[in-house]
Design a protein around this ligand. Structure first.
Ligand code: GTP
Ligand code: MG
Length: 300
C-alpha cells in the first residue's frame, strides 16, 4: 500500500535567484554529476540514467543554452545516512532507505519570479500554469513539502556589475519576506515548519568573485537599504510616524527585527528562519558544490 504513493510527501528544495546566477547549471551538476562523468552518462542506456529528469524528458542541460522560462524539477536522492555525494549513484530501489527529493529550478528573470514566490507561500503546485502538460506529462501535480530554499547569486558579478547587488538583494528581500510572513502568519499555536535558506555564492572560480563573507555583508547592507526605502514609502503614503497601530501594520512588510537600524540575517532567527551564506562554483576550479549538497542533504 505504501509503495503505491511514493510521491505523497516528496520533500523539495527550491532554487531561486537572479537570472544568470547559475541555478540551472547547479541543477544539471547535481542531476548528472561532474563533467568527467557526463560522457558515461551520454553513453549509458536510457534505463541506467538515474535520476531521470521529470521535465519534458530532455536532459536539464538542454535548458542551459538559454534563460529559463518555466520552472523545472529533477528527482535526486541522498543515501540513508545523508553522507552520499551528488557524484554517487544512490540505490533508490524499493527496500532501500535512500531519501528522494525534488530539486526545483525556477526562472530568475524579474517578470517570471512569481513562479518561485508562489512556491514559497504554498500557493503553487509543481505544475506551472502555462506549460503544465509539457512539464509534467503525467498531469497530476506532484505533492511536495518544501524543505529548503537555495538562493543562487553570481559572486563574480556582485560587485563588478553595479546592477547586480541591488537586483539580487531586491529578489532576496522578497524571498525572505515571503518566508517571514509565512512564519508570522501561522494559524493557532502550531507554527509552520521552518524553511532554511542557503545563499549559494556561486562562480568562486572567477577572479572577480567576492568571497562568501563579503557576499553576506554586502547583501545585508543592501537589504537594510531596501528595508529603509520601502518603509519610507509607507510613511510617505500618509501613515503617521507616531501612530503605533499603523506602524505595527507597516511592520508586516518589515524584514527582520522591527525598527532596527541595521539589517542582519541573524534577525530572521526570531522567525525561526536560518540563513547561511556559502561559497562555491559549478564550473571551473574552486571549492565546488559539495558544501551546498551537504547543506541540502542535512535538510531534506
Ligand atoms: P536563469 O535561468 O536566467 O534564471 O539563469 P540561471 O540562474 O539558471 O543561470 P544558468 O544556470 O543558465 O547559468 C548562467 C551562466 O553562468 C551559464 O553560462 C553557466 O555556464 C554560467 N555558470 C554557472 N555556474 C558557474 C560557475 O560556477 N562559474 C562560472 N564561471 N560560470 C558559471
Ligand atoms: Mg535557468
Amino acid at each position: 500500500l505504501l509503495a503505491a504513493t511514493p510521491y505523497a510527501t516528496l520533500p523539495s528544495v527550491l532554487l531561486v535567484g537572479p537570472s544568470g546566477a547559475g541555478k540551472t547549471a547547479l541543477l544539471t551538476l547535481f542531476e548528472r554529476g561532474p563533467l568527467s562523468k557526463q560522457e558515461d552518462y551520454e553513453s549509458s542506456t536510457e534505463a541506467e540514467k538515474s535520476p531521470s529528469p521529470i521535465i519534458d524528458g530532455s536532459p536539464a542541460s538542454a535548458l542551459l543554452t538559454h534563460t529559463s522560462q518555466t520552472p523545472a524539477a529533477v528527482e535526486l536522492a541522498i543515501s540513508d545516512d545523508r553522507s552520499s555525494s551528488f557524484r554517487d549513484e544512490v540505490d533508490t530501489s524499493s527496500g532501500s532507505n535512500a531519501r528522494k527529493f525534488l530539486l526545483v529550478d525556477t526562472p530568475g528573470h524579474a517578470k517570471l519570479r512569481r513562479y518561485a514566490l508562489s512556491h514559497l507561500t504554498g500557493t503553487a503546485s509543481l505544475k506551472s500554469p502555462s506549460t503544465a502538460s509539457a512539464s509534467f506529462p503525467d498531469s497530476a501535480p506532484k505533492k511536495t513539502k518544501l524543505k529548503a530554499v537555495v538562493f543562487v547569486v553570481d559572486a563574480g558579478a556582485l560587485l563588478s556589475d553595479s546592477e547586480a547587488l541591488p537586483s539580487a538583494a531586491e529578489y532576496l528581500y522578497d524571498v525572505l519576506l515571503s518566508l517571514q510572513k509565512r512564519m508570522a502568519g501561522g494559524k493557532g499555536s502550531k507554527a509552520p515548519a521552518s524553511i532554511p535558506v542557503l545563499v549559494a555564492a556561486n562562480k568562486q572560480d572567477l577572479f572577480t568573485a567576492v568571497p562568501a563573507a563579503l557576499v553576506k555583508s554586502n547583501l545585508e547592507a543592501e537589504l537594510g537599504r531596501i528595508r529603509k526605502t520601502r518603509s519610507r514609502g509607507l510613511l510617505d503614503s500618509g501613515v503617521g510616524a507616531d501612530d503605533d497601530v499603523s506602524a505595527r501594520e507597516d511592520g508586516d512588510d518589515w524584514l527582520g527585527e522591527y525598527g532596527s537600524e541595521k539589517f542582519s540575517f541573524n534577525q530572521l532567527m526570531e522567525f525561526d528562519i536560518e540563513v547561511d551564506v556559502v561559497g562555491g562554483n559549478v564550473v571551473g576550479d574552486g571549492p565546488g558544490a559539495d558544501k551546498w549538497w551537504k547543506w541540502i542533504a542535512e535538510r531534506v
